[in-house]
Design a protein around this ligand. Structure first.
Ligand SMILES: C[S@@+](CC[C@H](N)C(=O)[O-])C[C@H]1O[C@@H](n2cnc3c(N)ncnc32)[C@H](O)[C@@H]1O
Length: 214
């Protein structure tokens, strides 16, 4: 997806992907993933997700990355937090106790900006990207978080029924991106209540991408 597509969505407030509550699959598997202090969790393409606040409340340190300044500023405003803002390479770094959000292109983020990462939480990030960008996205995740385990949430549905995003991503594709050096385990799959965008039957899947052997 081009940057202007997402900037446009945030400027118009067309953010149907944003959830009012913590994602149930995050709550369900947080213990299994070790999402508790002092775990440092990378949240790619984070939007202004409440899932970050849930992770913070569990004592995690959150490192988010988001293209839209509207999203980043709305996140901190909603938490009543005034972050410290500084330039970091091509990104703006918003920092507050326990949470750092980088505003800019995920592909411009460098490992030295974020330090070591214990876990990755991907909800509506991989599925937000067209097929042409997904391999590069997953390689960037592995570059930024080479040792980390990951909770990945995806959808499966008839892609011909909806153009996406979110896109349908079958297991074979996830295996293609992460399966070479990591164990990929399905934690759960459930029918999406009401269907995707209220119309298309879909299943939602949670995957554990195992940490790299040390
Ligand atoms: C479908 S939304 C999901 C947001 C969040 N993960 C959630 O669960 O609400 C995808 C987000 O990715 C952001 N995004 C898209 N491309 C990006 C990029 N190249 N770098 C950083 N963020 C990006 C968009 O602005 C949007 O907020």
């Amino acid at each position: 997806m081009q940057h202007h597509f997402w900037h446009n969505k945030w400027e118009k407030g067309e953010i149907g992907f944003h959830q009012d509550d913590t994602h149930p699959m995050l709550m369900r598997f947080a213990n299994e993933l070790g999402f508790a202090g002092p775990c440092r969790v990378l949240v790619p393409l984070c939007g202004k997700s409440h899932d970050m606040t849930y992770l913070l409340k569990r004592g995690c340190e959150v490192i988010g990355v988001e293209l839209s300044q509207v999203a980043v500023e709305q996140y901190f405003a909603a938490q009543d937090i005034v972050p410290d803002i500084a330039q970091r390479g091509d990104l703006l770094r918003y920092k507050a106790p326990g949470i750092t959000l980088f505003c800019g292109d995920f592909f411009a983020l460098k490992p030295e900006y974020i330090g070591s990462v214990d876990a990755v939480y991907d909800r509506a990030a991989l599925v937000a990207l067209p097929a042409s960008m997904r391999m590069a996205y997953c390689q960037q995740v592995l570059t930024l978080a080479p040792q980390a385990k990951q909770l990945l949430i995806t959808f499966e549905y008839d892609q011909s029924a909806l153009p996406g995003p979110p896109f349908a991503i079958p297991f074979a594709e996830i295996h293609q991106y992460y399966g070479k050096h990591r164990e990929v385990t399905e934690l759960i799959s459930e029918p999406l209540a009401g269907g995707l965008k209220g119309t298309v039957p879909a299943t939602e899947h949670a995957w554990l991408i195992g940490s790299a052997p040390r």
